[in-house]
Design a protein around this ligand. Structure first.
Ligand code: FAD
Length: 246
């Protein structure tokens, strides 16, 4: 059964990169949903005679805006992509949610690895204030690891860099660029290769660490296998694969 939907207005439609658009939803009267950072919404729409639903993680930094942002990556001929990329400010959208369990828990852990590819980084952006509060009260250390092909594909880098700079003892942000030639230029937070490398480079340990994985299913499966080989139990690895609803 379909969940109840609510109508919101698109107040902004903004290209973050050539293939990723940030959409901002604002209230049309009904209050925007209360969400736990890490959750997603589902957009319901009609495209070429059929009904579809597609899910998108909430990207808004909680407390920083009353609106709700999400970032959609363009997939050629994908119904969700075609629908979302045609939306303009002032258009109305049908949304259900929030849903999802890729959320932070109150648990005893020394280090959190929040690992993503592409738009999978957005739920971690929503978590930034909560992470800061947890780091300051519990001594938790947090790594936010973003994987993309090229520097131009990195999303919300300024927010992650500012967060890491504000918490130098316990926060680190890295972007892994799989196709960029870093011999020409390399920022201190840039690494070559794939996000999975961070587990070796940062000595991820099943006795101390919890890992969140979000985005491309291939990255998630590869990371999961690497972590299991290092002794992680499946409960220590929280996964959200970006796949389309049937
Ligand atoms: C919980 C959850 C949260 C999600 N959050 C986000 C989010 O924040 N941002 C976001 O962009 N997406 C997110 N997704 C994925 C999103 O829901 C859609 O699957 C995506 O937008 C593609 O939908 P589409 O209708 O455009 O294309 P589809 O009809 O799903 O795909 C068309 C074709 O492209 C392939 N394909 C699908 N995705 C990709 C891809 N990324 N790269 C290459 N080929 C692909 C498919 O296999 C298919 O062959 C999330 C998914 C889930 C389950």
């Amino acid at each position: 059964m379909l969940k109840k939907t609510t109508t919101y207005t698109v107040s902004q439609s903004l290209f973050l990169t050539s293939k990723v658009k940030q959409l901002t939803l604002t209230s049309t009267g009904e209050k925007l949903p209360d969400y736990i950072p890490g959750q997603f919404i589902t957009v319901h729409f009609h495209y070429k005679g059929q009904d579809y639903r597609r899910s998108y993680s909430i990207a808004s930094i909680q407390g920083q805006t009353v609106n709700l942002d999400f970032a959609a990556s363009y997939v050629e001929h994908g119904p969700g992509s075609e629908y979302l990329f045609a939306l303009q400010a002032g258009d109305l959208v049908e949304v259900s949610g929030p849903f999802g369990r890729l959320i932070l828990r109150d648990e005893a852990v020394k280090r959190l690895f929040l690992v993503a590819t592409g738009t999978g980084i957005t739920p971690y952006r929503a978590m930034l204030p909560t992470l800061t509060a947890k780091m300051q009260t519990t001594g938790l250390a947090v790594y936010i690891i973003q994987g993309v092909q090229y520097r131009k594909d990195v999303l919300y880098a300024a927010d992650f860099i500012a967060w890491a700079n504000a918490n130098p003892e316990c926060a680190e942000y890295r972007s892994y660029l799989s196709r960029e030639d870093l011999s020409l230029q390399q920022e201190h937070y840039e690494y070559g290769g794939y996000v999975q490398q961070c587990f070796e480079e940062l000595n991820a340990s099943a006795s101390d660490d919890i890992v969140y994985l979000c985005g491309n299913p291939l990255m998630i499966d590869a990371s999961f296998a690497t972590l299991q080989a290092k002794g992680f139990a499946s409960g220590q690895i929280r996964r959200e694969k970006y796949i389309s609803s049937k």
